[in-house]
Structure formats: structure tokens, C-alpha cells
Design a protein around this ligand. Structure first.
Ligand SMILES: CCC/C=C/C(=O)SCCNC(=O)CCNC(=O)[C@H](O)C(C)(C)COP(=O)([O-])OP(=O)([O-])OC[C@H]1O[C@@H](n2cnc3c(N)ncnc32)[C@H](O)[C@@H]1OP(=O)([O-])[O-]
Ligand SMILES: NC(=O)C1=CN([C@@H]2O[C@H](COP(=O)(O)OP(=O)(O)OC[C@H]3O[C@@H](n4cnc5c(N)ncnc54)[C@H](OP(=O)(O)O)[C@@H]3O)[C@@H](O)[C@H]2O)C=CC1
Length: 306
């Protein structure tokens, strides 16, 4: 691929398009040669890093998301790198828009080989205060939207009798996710939906896997207050956040033939947060401050704790 030049002022926290264009990867050049890869939410953050990595590895890229400006900016970068890319503004929450997207992509590229369901997100709120509309918005995006995309992919592959591969970006949900319960519930749904269809769709030669990111510094962090960001780097025993590149490489691996015997799996890329860590999306409530917890102990236990 050619060198990147021109506008690289990308809204990536910590890593730029330039970094993604040059960062070494263990994956062999040409790994995705001749493959068409659809990346939802490909205009920013993890999706954008994934598109750049897959483009470097030879993929033809299809990017979708709601904001045409973000998609155009990512496409301009990929074009500078020499990749073939098309952009499709739409919302994964609309089954009609998903159907139209697949029709457009098949028309333009002749088919799809790998589907990366990365689009998603949430807002932080105490569960007790979440309104039905907010709950539904998050579940609709992360669970329903991902399902529409997965089903459209499977129907496409069944129709053309071609192997398929799905990689869903979920989250490190294993110890619950206080202050983002809606997304935790939706991602848990995607994990078990994926395990289910990994079996149902095996006869169609379709592999289905998930990548579960821990706290990954992207522009998505802009949705959370300063107190939350402070806890994000304490969310795993490595005491740091990951990069979009860490996730992109995991997606590329599961999407490649190197993972040809893996299906129904979830790969955690979380710095070990499933074992230890403490992310709070609005900041840690006083109740959970260690000194405060000690202060609440009955006297005899307080003495034992010292
Ligand atoms: C584990 C590590 C960390 C993870 C990090 C990441 O994932 S980074 C990646 C992060 N990237 C992202 O998260 C980006 C993607 N996120 C999004 O696009 C939105 O958060 C979305 C998922 C709600 C979808 O949006 P949409 O356009 O469909 O929704 P809308 O705006 O029309 O709102 C619908 C309803 O939701 C409610 N409500 C919404 N916001 C708030 C709030 N702040 N407060 C309270 N409530 C809120 C409200 O009820 C509202 O209705 P109302 O009362 O206004 O009539
Ligand atoms: N960063 C982190 O620490 C973690 C991130 N994740 C998940 O990883 C994924 C990528 O996040 P990240 O890159 O960090 O943040 P971003 O906010 O940059 O990425 C979210 C992407 O999803 C797209 N999107 C959101 N809603 C829709 C929709 N209804 N239809 C189509 N596209 C949509 C957005 O594009 P647009 O706004 O143009 O629609 C955007 O490109 C998300 O699912 C996120 O929740 C999971 C765990 C941790």
C-alpha cells in the first residue's frame, strides 16, 4: 500500500490514522486480498482502525454508520492508502436500511465475505434512573441492530452459497457493567445470539465470533465525565487503557482464515479486566471508595480490617 499523506487530523484519542497506517502487524500482507469486508461504525474509533488494518491487508472495504462526514473522512484516508472503499450512511436500527445496505453492497461489490458488527454505543446513567426510551435506544442499537445485520449477512451467504464470517464487537461484560446496564444486557444478548447461530449457521459455512474490548481509548471516551476516564485506566491489572489497534488486530485474526476452526467464541481484549478492575462510567460512587467502605464497618470488623 502507498504511504498516507494529506489530512490526518483524525479524531482518534491516542492513535492517529498515520499510526494505523504504519503500525506493524503480525498478519501477512494479502491476508484479505479479494475479500469484501463490511465494517459498521467504520467512520471512527475501533471501526476506523479495523478498516485501515484490513485495507492494508488487501480487503475491499464497505463502511456504514449514521454520520456521512465521518464515513467520508475514513474513506478519504483509505483511498490515500490505496484501498477500494465505499461508504453507506444508514442506521443499523432500521431493518429496511439494513436490507437496502446489503442490496447496494452486493450490487457494487458482487458480495460480502466478512461482516464486522462494530457499530454501537450507550450513555452512562444509574440503572434506577434509565427511562424506557433510553433503554430501548441502547438495546435497539446494540442488540437489535446487530441482529438485523447478522441475519442479513446470513441470508446473503445462504442465497449465494458462499462461506461467511461475522465478528461482533461486544464489551467486557463478565462482572456486570454498573452505570451502563442497558449496554451490558444488550451485549450479553449478542454474545449468546452469536453462540446460538454459530451452531445454526455452521451448515451454511458461516463462522460467528465476538471480540470483547475492555476500556479502549477512542473518541467514544468523549461521552463520559472526567471521573469515569480516571477509572477506565484502573479497569484492569495492567492499569492502562487499550488502543483501537489492539481490537482491530483481534477482529482481523477472527475474520481471517487463521481462525478457520473458531466459531461461537468471544475473545476478550481487555488487559485482564474480567479478573480484576473497576470501571465506573460516571465515576466511582462514594460507597465504593475503600476508605468509605471501611468507615461503614461495625467497630469490631474495622479493627480486624486494620
Ligand atoms: C467498557 C469500556 C467503556 C466503553 C466505552 C464505549 O463504548 S465508547 C463508544 C461510545 N460511543 C457511543 O456511545 C456513541 C453512540 N451512542 C449513541 O449514539 C447514543 O448514546 C444512543 C446509543 C442512545 C443512541 O442515540 P439515539 O440517537 O438513538 O438516542 P437519542 O440521543 O435520541 O436518545 C434516546 C433516548 O436515550 C436517552 N438518553 C440519550 N442520551 C442520554 C444521556 N446522556 N443521559 C440520559 N439519557 C440519555 C433519553 O431517554 C433519550 O430520549 P430523550 O429523553 O432525549 O427524548
Ligand atoms: N472504546 C471502548 O472502550 C469500548 C467500545 N466498545 C464498543 O466498540 C464499538 C466501537 O466503539 P468506539 O470506536 O470506541 O466508539 P465510537 O463512538 O467511535 O464508535 C461507535 C460507532 O458506531 C456507529 N454507530 C452508532 N450507532 C449507530 C447506528 N445506529 N447505526 C450505524 N452506526 C452507528 C458510530 O457512527 P455514527 O455516529 O456515524 O453513527 C460510530 O462510528 C462500539 O460498539 C462500542 O460500544 C465496547 C467496549 C469498550
Amino acid at each position: 500500500m502507498s504511504d498516507i499523506s494529506g489530512d490526518v487530523s483524525v479524531p482518534e484519542v491516542g492513535m492517529s490514522d498515520e499510526d494505523f497506517a504504519h503500525r506493524p502487524t503480525v498478519l501477512r500482507e494479502g491476508t484479505f486480498e479479494g475479500k469484501v469486508v463490511l465494517v459498521s461504525g467504520g467512520g471512527s474509533g475501533i471501526g476506523r482502525a479495523t478498516a485501515i488494518l484490513l485495507g492494508r491487508l488487501g480487503a475491499r472495504l464497505v463502511l456504514c454508520g449514521r454520520d456521512p462526514g465521518k464515513l467520508e473522512s475514513a474513506a478519504a484516508c483509505l483511498t490515500r492508502l490505496g484501498a477500494d472503499v465505499s461508504t453507506h450512511p444508514m442506521s443499523i436500527r432500521s431493518p429496511d436500511a439494513v436490507e437496502a445496505l446489503f442490496a447496494e453492497v452486493v450490487d457494487r461489490h458482487g458480495g460480502i465475505d466478512v461482516l464486522v458488527n462494530n457499530a454501537g454505543g450507550q450513555f452512562a446513567q444509574a440503572t434506577i434512573d434509565i427511562k424506557p426510551k433510553g433503554w430501548n435506544a441502547v438495546v435497539d442499537t446494540n442488540l437489535n441492530g446487530t441482529f438485523y445485520m447478522m441475519q442479513a449477512g446470513a441470508r446473503h451467504w445462504r442465497e449465494v452459497a458462499r462461506p461467511g464470517c461475522i465478528v461482533n464487537v461486544v464489551a467486557a461484560i463478565w462482572r456486570g457493567m454498573p452505570q451502563v446496564a442497558h449496554t451490558c444486557a444488550a451485549r450479553a444478548g449478542v454474545v449468546f445470539l452469536s453462540k446460538t447461530v454459530a451452531t445454526e449457521w455452521a451448515p451454511l459455512n458461516i463462522r460467528v465470533n465476538c471480540v470483547a474490548p475492555g476500556t479502549i481509548r477512542t473518541e467514544g471516551f468523549g461521552n463520559y465525565p472526567r471521573e469515569a476516564l480516571a477509572s477506565f485506566s484502573q479497569a484492569n491489572p495492567m492499569l492502562r487503557t487499550g488502543s483501537a489497534w489492539d481490537i482491530a488486530e483481534a477482529i482481523a485474526y477472527l475474520g481471517s482464515d487463521a481462525a478457520g476452526f473458531i466459531t461461537g467464541e468471544t475473545l476478550n481484549v481487555d488487559g485482564g479486566s474480567q479478573n480484576w478492575g473497576d470501571p465506573w462510567f460516571l465515576g466511582r460512587p462514594e460507597y465504593f471508595e475503600l476508605n468509605y467502605a471501611e468507615a461503614r464497618l461495625p467497630t469490631h470488623l474495622k479493627e480486624q480490617a486494620r
